[in-house]
Design a protein around this ligand. Structure first.
Ligand code: SF4
Ligand code: SF4
Length: 143
């Protein structure tokens, strides 16, 4: 009978715990690790794709009418997040990033909220079309 992990287990038994220097020295997360969410509202175009692909429903959006257009706020509640990265993968503008930051142990659930706001400007109003002025036309034809 083979014990493929026996050698590793014996080696590890004599190693210092890798968490020993924590929190003074933070070990870097491995490549591809999906941790804390970062949202870049300045890149967002309010397409809503991230909301549609998020299975646990941890992304919410509020839109408030303001003078300049729409004040759009996106909120990510990481307490529900499965860190699947679908929101970031589907975002056409790279406005969401799952960073390598794994510090997600909090005492207040509010600290798991990530949010950002931007103003979506209203489209410019179309130019006012000149009205038909039959009186002026009559004046031209009389001239
Ligand atoms: S990583 Fe997954 S679960 Fe978390 S907000 Fe994005 S889509 Fe939702
Ligand atoms: S998918 Fe990206 S661009 Fe679209 S609403 Fe979400 S964050 Fe904004």
């Amino acid at each position: 009978m083979k014990f493929p992990y026996l050698k590793e287990a014996i080696k590890s038994a004599f190693k210092k715990p890798s968490t020993e220097p924590y929190p003074k020295v933070n070990k870097e997360a491995p490549e591809g690790y999906r941790g804390k969410i970062k949202y870049y509202p300045e890149k967002c175009v309010n397409c809503g794709l991230c909301i549609r692909v998020c299975a646990p429903g941890c992304i919410t959006r509020t839109i408030e009418k303001v003078e300049e257009g729409d004040k759009v706020t996106f909120t990510f509640y990481q307490g529900q997040c499965t860190f699947c990265s679908l929101c970031a993968d589907f975002c056409p503008r790279g406005a969401i990033e799952l960073t390598k930051d794994y510090h997600l142990a909090v005492t207040d659930p509010k600290d798991l909220i990530v949010s950002g706001t931007f103003i979506k400007k209203a489209p410019p109003k179309p130019p006012v079309q000149p009205q038909n002025q039959p009186a002026a036309k009559n004046q031209e034809s009389n001239a």
